[in-house]
Design a protein around this ligand. Structure first.
Ligand code: SAM
Length: 232
């Protein structure tokens, strides 16, 4: 399957295994991952955030329930919310989730904004788990015809060592542990040492017992910087 589908399948497999109740997809774009996640009955709150409201609005109406959705016993417990906002800014409505996904997003940020992203996601939102995917630049020589970055809007593409130095810092600073993995393997025989095409870090907050997030203390700053676009 194409790489974007493999990345989404990676998230879906994680959701099946870990059964998070509250999930937010950062940089949700046209909501294609949310569209797949809404079929997982353990999920009670599904949120999408993107800085580009026009992109989000394009296909968001596909998230409305269709009649067969109601064949799932728990379907009426699902709530979906879409916001326009930047992952470099805090919003109190996104605190305390069980899972945050950031699929091919951070490479669109400047390094200064990656620092804000880390503080917002790991330091402020404090989810139980976070999945971050980003291109592995060591794989680029295997992509035919590629000159420069994989996308003109990318601000960087990291080697495995560069990704590791970022996620090690995040773990140390914010109390997470990480498992390094990825999707998209080199064809056998072709430089298998380069690693995955998309590298993925799966972060888990230290000291969380049952996998679901506890209610946060009331010392939380009540900032609301995102704009609600859709709620159903
Ligand atoms: N996550 C999607 C997926 O898996 O198909 C696609 C990601 S797309 C390559 C990157 C997305 O990140 C774009 O929709 C872009 O608008 C969004 N984005 C870029 N900077 C952002 C920011 N600071 N805050 C929120 N979203 C941002």
């Amino acid at each position: 399957p194409p790489l974007h589908r493999q990345r989404h399948q990676f998230v879906i497999d994680f959701v099946k295994r870990n059964k998070p109740k509250k999930v937010v997809d950062l940089g949700c774009s046209e909501c294609s991952l949310l569209q797949k996640l809404k079929f997982h009955r353990e999920v009670e709150l599904l949120v999408g955030v993107d800085i580009n409201g026009t992109t989000v609005k394009k296909k968001m109406h596909r998230l409305v329930p269709i009649s067969t959705d109601y064949l799932q016993p728990s379907y009426d417990q699902l709530r979906i919310e879409l916001y326009q906002g930047s992952v470099t800014q805090k919003d109190a409505r996104l605190r305390g989730f069980d899972l945050v996904t950031s699929i091919e997003l951070i490479e669109h940020l400047t390094l200064a904004d990656v620092k804000s992203f880390s503080e917002v996601v790991f330091g402020y939102m404090t989810p139980v788990a976070v999945i971050v995917s980003t291109p592995n630049s060591e794989f680029n020589p295997l992509l035919p015809g590629l000159v420069g970055f994989r996308h003109s809007d990318h601000k960087f593409e990291w080697t495995r060592a560069e990704f590791r130095s970022w996620y090690s810092m995040v773990c140390l600073e914010f109390g997470y542990e990480v498992e390094f993995t990825g999707v998209g393997q080199a064809p056998s025989g072709q430089q298998e040492g380069v690693g995955f095409c998309s590298q993925i870090g799966v972060f888990r907050r230290r000291g969380v017992r049952d996998g679901c997030n506890m209610v946060l203390g009331d010392d939380a700053e009540d900032v609301f910087s995102y704009t609600l676009l859709y709620s159903i």
